[in-house]
Design a binder for this molecule. Structure first.
Ligand code: FES
Length: 170
């Protein structure tokens, strides 16, 4: 993590350990996750162990330890969604993408989070992809959406790796 975030947070040298949660929240907000480097810097600043920081941060689901992906996938496991098959959707994500909540695919394309409620329980089971809500989700529809995401990502990756101009013809 860049020192600029710490500077922006306006911390002084005698910052006390009571600042840990607000500090983690600010880093999560600015960076999108809590990196190993950030943990080291916090440990140094607050004079506490890295293990203590991981222990505290992992208690709260709001903190991520992996860099977010380009696409954001959330599966709701709240009561209404659970009753309508939310757990099966979560299992399908694990099967298709090999992801557990809080993880990102190795290529950085998709991050995944299991949440307690997305605020539209009457539409259960609910999945959110890149901020859009998908109501009454089934495993078949989810597989289709994941395939769409993967093919979009493949096109983007191809475009990113394409040469800027065509090679000159002979
Ligand atoms: S429980 Fe899933 S949207 Fe509320």
């Amino acid at each position: 993590m860049d020192n600029a975030v710490f500077t922006q947070l306006n911390l002084d040298d005698d910052c006390d350990p009571g600042h840990l949660i607000p500090l983690l929240q600010s880093i999560q907000f600015h960076e999108g996750y809590i990196s190993e480097q950030a943990v080291r810097q916090i440990a140094h600043l607050l004079k506490i162990s890295e293990n203590h920081i991981y222990g505290v941060a992992s208690f709260y689901s709001q903190f991520r330890f992996q860099k977010p992906g380009k696409h954001h996938l959330k599966v709701c496991l709240g009561t209404a969604c659970h009753v309508q098959g939310g757990a099966q959707l979560a299992q399908e994500v694990e099967k298709q993408l090999h992801l557990r909540s809080g993880e990102t695919t190795p290529d950085g394309a998709i991050d995944y989070e299991e949440v307690a409620c997305l605020g539209c329980c009457a539409q259960a089971a609910v999945v959110e992809i890149d901020g859009a809500i998908y109501a009454k989700m089934t495993t078949d529809r989810l597989i289709k959406k994941l395939n769409e995401l993967r093919s979009q990502q493949a096109v983007l990756s191809e475009a990113e790796n394409a040469p800027l101009s065509a090679p000159a013809s002979a």
